[in-house]
Write a protein that binds this ligand. Sequence first.
Ligand code: PEP
Length: 374
Amino acid sequence: MKNGVDTREKQAIGLVPGSLAAIALCGLTLGGLLPGIIWKAVAIVLCGMVWLQASRKILVRMSLLQRLGYQTLCCVAFLLQPLIETDEATFAGRFMARLVVVFLWALIIAIIYNIIYKNKPKMRKKIVAGNWKMNTLPAEGVELAKGVVAGRGEVCSCVNFIVCPPFTHLAMVAEALKGSDIELGAQNCAAEAKGAYTGEVAAQMIAALGCKYVILGHSERRQYYGETSETLNKKMAQAYANGLTPIYCVGENLDEREAGKHFDVVKAQIEEVVYNLTEEQFKNLVIAYEPVWAIGTGKTATADQAQEIHAYIRKVLADKFGAAAAECPILYGGSCKPSNAAEIFAKEDVDGGLIGGAALKAEDFLAIGKGFQK
Ligand code: PEP
């Protein structure tokens, strides 16, 4: 996955106003052929529903070129309208003629919208990733994953859900996620490719089990297992060599925050590891800002604190990778829960969350995803 905007979302740009215009005009034009206010209203509602479904399911799957082709056809059809719509035209003829007017409106509005959007920064992927840590037995993990799959439909398809169970659950959870769009990640990987490293799990192994992501540099690993930037550079290399997208964690502890050193801490954590990536690798990176003082403590950074440091992280990334930094998802982590997710996710540089405790209950995890809908 490239870390920029979700493809479906990107192609939906321009479809929204086009669709709205189409709903109104389609309903009105078709309604114009029908007698009585009730029939006109029914026509508007039906057209709206059909058009929205078409936009969601079909049009957004087209490439930009295909959409252009489709819209050009609509335009040509419109130019042919006078040939179709005569006084003697049949009901079907008039119906067709009015339909093409609708398409033309959709085209014009979509073009204007696209022009406006061209100069705006691209939307980034919205991600809600669950870090299960060393919790749940395998069967419980499978139940949890199934719960997330079952409720996924209630959350906007624009949200990308990732679950990161313990290594021992990966194969079973992968099975439970089959057929859904929920992706799998691991919580760590070895710094070496393979060999005599008792107890370690290689990036190649987790990739073979269906993982797309791997969390690296989590503060618990830095703190309890002495992970340094040197080790993390090796782990990042292993992740990329096996097609995994790292979710690279940065964040300061309480003393550092209180001493006002949080900016310097995250800057160093990025410079020492992320700056070593190639431009291509950087396009496949997710950053998670997790203030250590907020992890598992119930204490959350305020939305403004999160925005302040996320914006700073993006600037540090831009200093090295330029415009590509605008597309890198930066997640917030640290006692994120259903009650505070919406406020934090609403901030410009917050692209979702890395969730610990609240990821252990399917309904809470999903409710956090709903934070994007508010
Ligand atoms: C985490 O450890 O990644 C985390 C964010 O934990 P919690 O949500 O429980 O604070």
